[in-house]
Design a protein around this ligand. Sequence first.
Ligand code: 8YV
Length: 328
Amino acid sequence: MTHKKPLVIVTQKLPEVVETRMMELFDARLNPDDHPLTKAELIEAVRHADVLVPTITDRIDAAILSQAGPNLKLVANFGTGVDHIDLASARDHGISVTNTPDVLTEDTADMTMALILAVPRRLAEGERLLRSGQWDGWNPTFMLGHRISGKRLGIIGMGRIGQAVARRARAFGMAVHYHNRKRVHPDIEAELEASYWESLDQMLARMDIITIHCPHTPATFHLLSARRLALLQPHAFLINTARGEIVDENALTRMLVRKELAGAGLDVFEHEPAVNPKLLQLDNVVLLPHLGSATHEGRLEMGEKVIVNIKTFIDGHPPPDRVVVSMF
Ligand code: 8YV
């Protein structure tokens, strides 16, 4: 029996090895010049593809999915977060959705830890000062930051990444606290020596550093609203490597400008790639261009996951990383 290879349309340039393997296995339509797909191109893609491989920068909303052709049965996302895909609409159209969990957990936790260290210890500020030629020598009161060891870290979202951050934080001598929809297994709590807070509000009011690791869903949009941010103590720092939309960026910026908060480390923004211009003026923030999972190894493994998800799906089996399961 001869099978026509499935038409797999990939919206962005992926690592070469991944693209090569995709071309061997599928009728892969790639994006060699890596231009952002226009809405018209995206519609064209969903009309013809058997499988669409989008990334975070593509909005796969209800309007786009309503244009899907009869062949589109799988959206195999290159990334873990699927907040850019209208999952309900995918389900309604009988389209399955997969993602790439696990392989970016350690990298994202590393980047979070880097920010947890960088902001209180004024790493970026110091580097900027040195490069600007303004460093005129060491002195005992020069550029003092805050000690990490012994501080209370409040983790919002104790899933894979939250736990990986907790493990690192323990090694740095921090006290781990967390808020999650559900309390994690007692064995995990014991391993991480983590204290559970059922009330996010109460946890926020008592932490030295808060770090966000929950997904962005309608329920977590502006979870850190102006009201909740105001619960933080003025000496507290906020770290976000999850999604910008979880924090009211304008409210956060206002507080940082007024020094109602000690600082922030942000790898994600509410309207990426736009960043509130007032943040750019502040010395007590470290701003990164969504680098959380940006390692060579991670991108390769994400690509491998996408391929495995597509291949198992095409072969008629349930793909390993199902977010939306539709009958096919
Ligand atoms: C990825 C991410 O770079 O996987 C995620 O959810 O936020 C990022 O680390 C991005 O999603 C790729 O689509």
